[in-house]
Design a protein around this ligand. Structure first.
Ligand code: K1U
Ligand code: ZN
Length: 178
């Protein structure tokens, strides 16, 4: 059995969440371990996705499991260097959240269906169409790799309000830590 670690998730605002991440060139043992830790961290949170910059690693790696049925087996997906290669004209609006912006939710409109190309954990190139919550989630996670947060789609005033709440939350968490 692999040892897995729940990693701390960065809270907005943090400069690492605004960076464009570097492509992965070789899927090393270290990156396999990171992807396993990210899945463990995502399930523990709980969340339906997680991007490497959220745990402070500026590499193009995301994990997701947008399986809604709690009784169904887990469906973890690990994507290195994911890219949206086609998107539908029809749009979908979903109330999004983010593990780096706890307890804040807002409606974001995105393409309803996307085709994504990525490299899987075995180093194989994969391509798949996603719809529903999976499509929303994979676009949200790829945005993280480009330094984009869901609040960047909101009006400036709403974004500033959420950012101020997060600054306050971080101050309180730092004070609790001592
Ligand atoms: O990237 C992240 O911060 C994870 C985020 C992904 C996401 C949520 C909603 C729409 C798009 C992308 C989350 O997982 S927030 C938590 C959440 O949505 C959730 C938690 C438990 C059960 C179901 C959903
Ligand atoms: Zn997020």
């Amino acid at each position: 059995m692999w040892a897995m670690t729940i990693r701390p998730i960065l809270i907005h605002p943090d400069p690492r969440l605004k960076k464009v991440c570097k492509p992965v060139e070789n899927i090393t043992g270290e990156l396999h371990a990171l992807s396993r830790d990210m899945l463990e961290t995502m399930y523990d949170a709980p969340g339906i996705g997680l991007a490497a910059p959220q745990v402070g690693i500026l590499k193009r790696l995301i994990v997701l499991d947008a399986q809604r049925d709690k009784n169904a087996p887990r469906s973890p997906v690990v994507m290195f260097n994911p890219e949206v290669i086609a998107k539908s004209e029809d749009l979908n609006t979903y109330e999004e959240g983010c593990l780096s912006i706890p307890e804040q939710y807002a409606e974001v409109t995105r393409p309803a269906e996307v085709r994504v190309r990525w490299i899987d954990a075995d180093g194989e190139e994969r391509e798949k169409d996603f719809d529903g919550l999976w499509a929303t989630c994979v676009q949200h996670e790829i945005d993280h790799l480009n330094g984009v947060l869901f609040i960047d789609y909101l009006k400036p005033l709403k974004r500033q309000l959420i950012t101020r709440k997060m600054v306050k939350l971080k101050r309180e968490l730092a004070r609790e830590k001592g």
